[in-house]
Design a protein. Structure first.
Lengths: 257, 269
């Protein structure tokens, strides 16, 4: 599935957050969005997923959806957004309950998602009994249960410690290797973008405008190889050069506000 | 070589500074405090320090309570009070939750409701009892109305605030997965608001207890409030305190029931 964003602008009252965004997320690619704090990354994702109405512009999807897809454009949230009163399996079940599925298929989807994330043994646990990484895995299992055509990931690793981040990045890589699900991945972490994305969109500070799109040539599964490091370092320098001054200015703006 | 094997000229232990400010459990302290209080109270009377007319000893209060149990009057009064609390509290709670829910999820209901609730909430509800007697007569309906009205506004506020405090990210998550509006209300808003609503029940149960006593003091033959008032008028202070003790136990019982309800419904916390 492709996502096409055309001439997108968004404002909160007098505050212009996003301006003139034209962007296509290509079929099967992982497109990372980086930019300084407050540049509208999460708003862009909210608009792309249809939970924030844009002030102007359009968002369209095109292309096929996988068999059994119940929610073509699916979010994975930074704060996991799990219901604390529901067990792990019931949190996954929540997103299937309003679909007319046979009970066996519903069970199969829940079990498949939880097993893939290594959470089957914890299916009866409440979210408070899990670590941050496990909670995010529940969030991923929930997303997988609806067999999405496109994932919208809102800083999914930013609330986690470095080791858990590394483990979850491996999970995402395995997922994209197997499913080829299109993804729009918002992050403020350059290393995450370099590790996971095919292309990186750099937004300017508020109002967020598209500054540049940087392509990462190295295949994702070879980016930890020594031979890839020179190219990745070069891309990293380029990305950092693009956002450094903007990030400093955005930081000052936030401090003054 | 272990790190600690390096020679140190004049090592001194680090002084512990982390003591205090820690709440410890003292299981018997409360029981002991009660025992001491009752003993002091009883002895002031036994030694003639305080007249039994003004402050009857605990033994006399217990005796009066025993007599009430024996002649069946305790149950007669308690039954009347419990019925009034039950009906009045249920009326106020059902109405208050309905309005609070509407204010919590609807912006028009909120715009209309917040100023109205703010205007009516501070009125001492017992002041309206004469008006309710005029409207509904001296019988039970005026007492139900007083309790119901007193319970209604705190319930509205508790429900509305509880719904307002349901994390918006959970609602956004549900919307992003296409859950229908009614499912979001039932599966996310209601359970998310439940802790706040139950906390409101605790407050409204106390309000109902206060109002039932006040209402029964104004116009009732039976009820703990009526019993306490009659005992006071006849200077039967042992019976008066027995009535107060029953009210205290009633409050305790209601609190215990609510605690059990909270434990059952909010196991996830």
């Amino acid at each position: 599935m492709r996502l096409i964003i055309k001439d997108l602008c968004h404002r909160y009252d007098d505050l212009v957050v996003l301006e003139g965004i034209d962007l296509t997320v290509r079929e099967g690619e992982v497109l990372a969005v980086i930019g300084p704090s407050g540049c509208g990354k999460s708003t862009l994702l909210g608009i792309a997923g249809g939970i924030v109405a844009p002030t102007s512009g359009t968002v369209e999807v095109a292309g096929d959806t996988p068999d059994g897809c119940l929610n073509p454009v699916t979010f994975i949230f930074q704060d996991f957004a799990l219901l604390p009163w529901r067990s792990v399996e019931d949190n996954v079940a929540l997103v299937l309950e309003h679909h007319p599925l046979p009970a066996a298929e519903r069970r199969e989807r829940i079990e498949a998602g939880l097993r893939r994330m290594g959470l089957w043994d914890f299916r009866k646990a409440l979210p408070k009994q899990l670590s941050g990484g496990m909670r995010q895995r529940v969030g991923i299992a929930r997303a997988l249960a609806v067999r999405p055509a496109m994932l919208l990931l809102d800083e999914p690793l930013s609330a986690l410690d470095a080791q858990t981040r590394e483990l979850l990045m491996e999970d995402f890589l395995a997922l994209w290797q197997r499913e080829r699900t299109t993804a729009l991945y918002v992050t403020h972490n350059l290393d995450e973008a370099l590790r996971l994305a095919d292309r990186v969109v750099v937004l300017s500070r508020r109002p967020g405008r598209l500054r540049e799109i940087v392509t990462i040539e190295e295949p994702r599964d070879q980016r930890l190889q020594p031979s890839a490091q020179a190219h990745l370092a070069e891309v990293r320098d380029r990305l950092w050069h693009l956002i450094r001054a903007e990030a400093q200015l955005a930081d000052r703006e936030i401090a003054n506000a | 070589m272990p790190d600690t094997s390096l020679p140190v000229a004049s090592a001194q232990p680090v002084r512990f500074r982390g003591g205090g400010f820690t709440v410890r459990t003292h299981r018997w302290a409360a029981l002991l405090a009660f025992a001491v209080l009752i003993a002091v109270w009883e002895s002031t009377n036994r030694f003639g320090l305080v007249s039994a007319l003004f402050l009857p000893p605990p033994s006399a209060v217990a005796k009066a309570l025993g007599a009430m149990v024996a002649d069946g009057s305790l149950w007669q009064h308690l039954k009347a009070s419990l019925m009034r609390i039950g009906v009045g509290w249920a009326m106020g709670t059902v109405g208050g939750m309905a309005v609070g829910f509407a204010m919590g999820i609807g912006s028009v209901a909120r715009a209309v409701g917040v100023p109205l609730v703010s205007a009516f909430f501070p009125i001492p509800k017992i002041a309206l009892l004469p008006l309710f007697i005029l409207w509904f007569g001296i019988g039970e309906p005026s007492k139900f109305a007083t309790i119901g009205f007193g319970v209604f506004f705190p319930t509205v506020i508790a429900t509305y605030s509880a719904i307002d405090s349901v994390p918006r990210n959970l609602i956004r998550m549900a919307q992003s997965f296409g859950l229908p509006w009614a499912s979001i209300l039932r599966k996310i808003v209601l359970p998310g608001a439940l802790p706040g609503i139950l906390a409101g029940f605790r407050i409204t149960a106390s309000i109902a207890l206060i109002l039932v006593v006040a209402a029964e003091m104004i116009g009732a033959e039976y009820g703990i409030g009526a019993f306490v008032l009659t005992a006071g008028n006849l200077m039967l202070t042992d019976q008066l305190l027995a009535g107060v003790l029953v009210l205290s136990l009633l409050g305790l019982a209601i609190g215990t029931v609510l605690s059990i309800l909270e434990r059952r419904l909010l196991k996830w916390r």
